[in-house]
Design a protein around this ligand. Structure first.
Ligand SMILES: Nc1ncnc2c1ncn2[C@@H]1O[C@H](COP(=O)(O)OP(=O)(O)OP(=O)(O)O)[C@@H](O)[C@H]1O
Length: 265
């Protein structure tokens, strides 16, 4: 079943006289329960696409649909995890996770039930009364994901969710998040510029180019979960995407790309 659809999304930013055509006619379809990464070089429009999906800003033309409902503004059907986590520093782990449920006027009983399930799922049991400054980067990240899942969103949108973590911690949290999403089965769109992370986490990787956000590769990651980094195919996927990104850096390749028909994915 189709969960989220971006249809012919166009977005141009204007700074004074300067015009920046960031996205042109971008089509993306994401299935229920699918984990899709938007990968690409800095400035290619990944975050712009994600914030349009979230309803934080509108497209100039085209539309976003979640289960056939057109997105016009942010809503509880789409949870967003920001790069810096955006936890409330004055609230404990527990109160951060409860916050969206209170906003949604979920009953006290259900709040408690969901809280316990999320603490367990996110491996945060025993940490519920700590404040964000008392947590490690990984715990903050898991709290942010638990809070995002609290309202059972249709779609989870994550912008470079592990960007603030060091290499070792990133790998550990990738595995934690994989386990969470294997259980929760939420539909996820993640922005990343880390090729390995995109391959590890995703069912499908969409590679965007700086040529108006054009999607130059739609790569299904056909590997069983939990993923194994030593798998031969895992390395092949990474090498394939690395080659494409390095190739796309060349001006000639970009010109060639712009003449190819667009991928609708
Ligand atoms: N609010 C804005 N006003 C004007 N220009 C913007 C705005 N937001 C983004 N841009 C420009 O649009 C282009 C795409 O930005 P975007 O943040 O979507 O890229 P990105 O692929 O997410 O980059 P990165 O990986 O570096 O975060 C960039 O050239 C950026 O400078």
């Amino acid at each position: 079943m189709e969960k989220l659809k971006a249809e012919k999304i166009c977005k141009t930013y204007r700074n004074g006289k300067e015009i920046n055509n960031v996205l042109k006619d971008i089509d993306i379809t994401i299935k229920e329960g699918e984990f899709v990464s938007l990968l690409g070089p800095s400035g290619c429009g990944k975050t712009t696409m994600l914030t349009i999906m979230a309803g934080f800003q509108g497209a100039d033309s085209g539309c976003i649909k979640v289960e056939d409902t057109v997105v016009t503004k942010p809503g509880p059907d789409r949870a967003f995890v920001f790069q810096g986590y955006a936890l409330f520093p004055w609230k404990t782990v527990k109160d951060n996770i409860l916050y969206p449920m209170k906003q949604q006027k979920v009953s006290k009983e259900q709040q408690e039930e969901k809280l316990q399930a999320l603490l367990k799922l996110s491996n945060l049991e025993g940490k519920e009364n700590l404040y964000p400054h008392q947590l490690s980067g990984g715990m903050k990240q898991r709290t942010a994901v638990a809070r995002a899942l609290a309202c059972q969103p249709s779609v989870l949108l994550m912008d470079e969710p592990l960007g603030a973590l060091d290499y070792q911690m990133r790998r550990k949290i990738q595995e934690d998040l994989e386990r969470i999403f294997m259980e929760d089965k939420v539909t996820v769109v993640m922005v990343s510029h880390d090729i390995e992370e995109a391959v590890f986490m995703s069912d499908r990787v969409l590679l965007m180019s700086t040529n108006q956000g054009e999607i130059v590769e739609n790569l299904e990651i056909d590997l069983e979960r939990p993923r194994r980094r030593e798998h031969k195919k895992y390395k092949e996927y990474i090498d394939h995407l690395t080659d494409l990104i390095q190739g796309a850096d060349g001006e000639d390749k970009r010109k060639e790309d712009s003449q190819k028909p667009k991928l609708a994915v």
